[in-house]
Design a protein around this ligand. Structure first.
Ligand code: AMP
Length: 173
């Protein structure tokens, strides 16, 4: 399935979850097997070029694509989660939201120092979520080979906040 067909499956929901946000709903892709396969193959092609040692998936829609990608690429899968979800010792990075602040955590002993990871999420907007994930990995002396997304909202400039290569399947202006 080509990228134009994938784009047609992404639903645009105005004013969700709050007024002024145009939410990009990827669930029609998840419920269309050839579409999900195409997404994984497009992302794997882009990620493979950077030869990462593992996939780091960001909660929560990043888990869906990250786990499929890790399976497809035969790579270890690590989770970056919202605070209080991971049961073993964690490290935390905080980041700014439009209103207020949030944080992400990773299991300390899941991250291998010296490894280069592909960070995966469904969408990059301002880049804050991905930036916090990159910071977490670097706190463990690991690094990021590439940040990979299904969707990039290019007008929000997220990719310019990251000092890593960025790969996205669908670009929206
Ligand atoms: P950001 O940190 O601004 O790059 O936001 C990225 C995170 O917020 C991702 O985990 C997305 O799932 C979610 N997100 C932000 N904006 C949207 C949007 N317009 N539609 C769907 N998800 C979004």
């Amino acid at each position: 399935m080509n990228t134009e067909a994938l784009r047609e499956l992404v639903e645009e929901i105005p004013d969700f979850p709050e007024p002024g946000i145009l939410f990009r709903d990827i669930t029609p892709i998840l419920s269309t097997p050839p579409a999900l396969r195409a997404v994984v193959e497009h992302m794997a092609d882009a990620v493979n070029r950077h030869a990462p040692d593992g996939i780091v998936a960001i909660e929560s829609r990043g888990f869906l694509l990250g786990s499929a990608l890790a399976l497809h690429m035969h790579l270890p899968l690590l989770l970056v989660r919202k605070p209080g979800k991971l049961p073993r010792p964690t490290r935390r990075a905080s980041y700014e939201l439009e209103y207020g602040e949030d944080a992400l955590e990773v299991h300390v002993d899941d991250v291998r120092p010296g490894h280069r990871y592909a960070v995966v999420d469904d969408l990059i907007a301002t880049g804050g979520t991905c930036l916090a994930s990159i910071e977490l990995l670097r706190q463990h002396n690991a690094d990021v080979a590439v940040a990979a997304f299904l969707i990039e909202l290019s007008t929000l400039g997220g990719r310019h906040r990251l000092d890593t290569p960025v790969a996205s399947v669908l670009l929206y202006n």
